[in-house]
Design a protein. Structure first.
Length: 375
């Protein structure tokens, strides 16, 4: 058995990022397995610092990862602060530098320049199935469906006005109660009728989250249409979508498919549809099967209207970071899925999932221009 490692949880640096790659639950499991877990004090993390001290983690100063011993593994969620010094550690995080993103070479080159390694969480895959071992999908669908229900109620109680900005919720119960209260107010204005919701991609991670949210909000099963591949095989656009009040799109788009809904199908004289939450958010993808909007919305301005569509108007939610609405539960779910692999970090070179991430890192480093590797 390889000696156990020291894990160092960074405080996130990105504006309004309250989520965390390790939670008190997963940190405790790692400590119980013999790991040392150092946790940076954090003013932004959804979990209070003392939730970590209670389970035996050691608090260390914010930003102290920079000076941690070289054999400590630095664990975080999102990008490192924009700095240029070479990186000497193994970093476990989402770095967003493998798909040619702006500045990818500068970000990636810091690792080989310092002898460090990036094990990118976006590309941790089970070698047998090729599926990601941990993703934020469930919380994305859950949060997206919650905002869709809130928008439906808002349209009824505040006609003509866009849904105001929303902030993250301290926990799922707070979100569910808020949505339930909104639905009750909306239903009162709707002759007592609840919303009818269609979720497409219902068997996937996002789709399961969306269906669970709608159920928890009190919508009965006969008002929830759950579709996946079998139901869309006949090809859209689908009347079942315009016959529903709310459409939550949760598919994983891999190829060109017929539109699910488009400006033409919105012209249906019997249309009820007034809210679309495009959790898949393939906003700029030319194959987007929901081509009724062109911009990504934000928590500050959650909806965008479909231009020129009235009676009823249609509001689209296309936020691409939905899990941030529920930082506590989304962190718990993600970190929980990751835990079996975190427990292998003491010998990560010999674990197929981490070794796969290292192989990809080496390949990407191999594509760096020589100029990026210079100081
Ligand atoms: N907006 C956000 O904040 C956010 C967050 C996480 C994930 N996502 C996105 O959500 C999408 C889904 O992610 P996931 O983790 O749930 O994927 P997943 O693979 O777990 O599930 C996708 C589901 O879509 C179904 N599907 C695929 N094509 C379909 C079609 N033509 N008709 C009907 N069903 C179809 C699949 O059978 C599967 O059940 C991805 O594009 C992902 O990038 C968005």
């Amino acid at each position: 058995m390889a000696p156990t490692a020291v894990l160092h949880l960074r405080s996130e640096d990105k504006h309004l990022e309250h989520r965390s790659a390790l939670t008190p639950t997963t940190a405790k499991a790692l400590i119980d397995a013999g790991y040392t877990v150092n946790v940076e004090k954090s003013p932004v993390r959804i979990f209070d610092d003392d939730e970590f001290t209670k389970i035996g983690a050691t608090l260390v100063p914010t930003g102290s990862w920079r000076d941690a011993p070289a054999d400590h593994i630095i664990v975080g969620l999102k990008e490192l602060p924009e700095e240029t010094f070479p990186l000497k550690h193994v970093h476990v995080q989402f770095a967003h530098c493998y798909k040619g993103q702006g500045g990818w070479d500068t970000v990636l080159a810091r690792f080989p320049r310092g002898g460090g390694t990036l094990l990118d969480l976006e590309f941790l895959q089970d070698p047998a199935s090729g599926r990601r071992v941990a993703a934020f999908g469930y919380s994305a669908g859950f949060s997206g469906a919650a905002l869709a229900l809130k928008t439906w109620a808002w349209q009824l109680t505040n006609p003509g006005k866009p849904l105001p900005g929303v902030e993250s919720y301290p926990n799922e119960d707070a979100l569910v109660s808020d949505v339930k209260a909104d639905i009750a107010a909306g239903q009162a204005k709707n002759g007592g009728k609840p919303p009818r919701v269609i979720v497409i991609g219902a068997l996937g991670r996002c789709g399961r989250g969306a269906v669970d949210m709608v159920k928890k909000a009190g919508v009965s099963d006969d008002n929830i249409v759950k579709w996946d591949m079998a139901e869309t095989a006949k090809g859209g656009p689908f009347k079942e979508i315009t016959d529903s009040d709310i459409f939550v799109n949760c598919i994983y788009l891999t190829s060109q498919i017929p539109h699910f809904v488009n400006r033409e199908s919105l012209k249906d004289a019997d249309r009820k549809l007034s809210v679309v939450c495009d959790v898949s958010a393939d906003t700029t993808n030319p194959f987007n099967p929901v081509p009724i909007y062109t911009v990504a919305t934000t928590f500050d301005n959650p909806t965008v209207p479909v231009d020129g569509v009235e009676n009823p108007p249609v509001s689209v939610i296309s936020i691409d970071h939905l899990p941030s609405l529920l930082p506590r539960e989304s962190s718990e779910a993600f970190s929980g899925d990751l835990l079996p692999y975190l427990l292998k970090l003491n010998d990560w070179q010999n674990d197929p999932v981490w070794a796969g991430a290292k192989k990809l890192f080496d390949e990407k480093v191999g594509t760096l221009p020589a100029s990026a590797l210079k100081e």
